[in-house]
Design a protein around this ligand. Sequence first.
Ligand SMILES: [Zn+2]
Ligand SMILES: [Zn+2]
Length: 253
Amino acid sequence: MRFALLSSGSGGNSMIFEHDGYSFMIDAGISMRETISRMEASGMRSVEPSALFLSHEHSDHSRCAGILARRFRMPIYSTEGTASACVRGLGSVPSMRRLDNGCSIQAGPFTIEAFRLPHDAEDPSGYVIAWDGGRLGVATDLGCWGEWLVRFLGGCSALVLEFNHDLDLLWSGSYPWPLKQRIASSDGHLSNADASALLDRLIHDGLGTVVLAHLSRENNRPEIASRAARSVLGTGRGLLLGDQFTTTPAVVL
Ligand SMILES: [Zn+2]
Ligand SMILES: [Zn+2]
C-alpha cells in the first residue's frame, strides 16, 4: 500500500492511499491544482482516486471537496453531521454517501472504519484503514484521547497522529486568549505531550511508521514534535512529518 500526506495543518489537509490499483483520499483542504501537483511530487502521479472521505466540515479539511469530487467523479463519504454541515459549500457532487462513526465499509481492497473523535465539529471521524498487508490509523483534530481510542488504534502497523502544539509555545504565543483555550480544550487539538503519551500506549513490535500531522506553524516546531515522538519511538521506526506547503514522499506501508 502506498500513502502520501499531501498537506497537513490549519492551511489545508489532504491524504491519498493506493493499493492494488485502487485509490482514495481523506480530506480535501487544498486546491485541485495543488492536489495534482503534490500527487506528482509525492510519486503518485498516475493515481486516480475513486472515493473521498471527509473527516469533518472545518474548511481546512473540506474546502475543495466539491471540486475534487467533480474532477475525479468520486463519491464523498462522511457522517450525516459532517455532510449537513458542509453540503452548501460543496455544490453539485456525484454522490454523497453515509459512513457513520462506528461503521465500516469496503472500498476496493480496503476496509475503512470510522470512529468518533472529540473535536468541536458536528460529528468528526477518525479512521482505521485495513488492507491485506496492514492497518493504518488516522487521528487528527482531536482534543483528548482515552482508552476508547487505544482500542481503535491498537495493533496498527502505521499511524497518522496529530502533534498540534507545544503547550509552552501555545500559552506564551500571540494567539488571542479564547483561541488558545479552544485549541487546548478537550474538543480542540492534541498537544505534543498528549500525542506522545498516546503513542506510548500504541507502540508495539508491529508498528513500523508514524506520521506526525496537523503541526501548528505558530505553536509548534518540527524539531520539538519529532523529539517528542522519538522519545517514545526510539530509533529504527519510520517517522515522517506532515507539512502545509509540501507533500511527504509516497511511503510504502
Ligand atoms: Zn484541521
Ligand atoms: Zn478541525
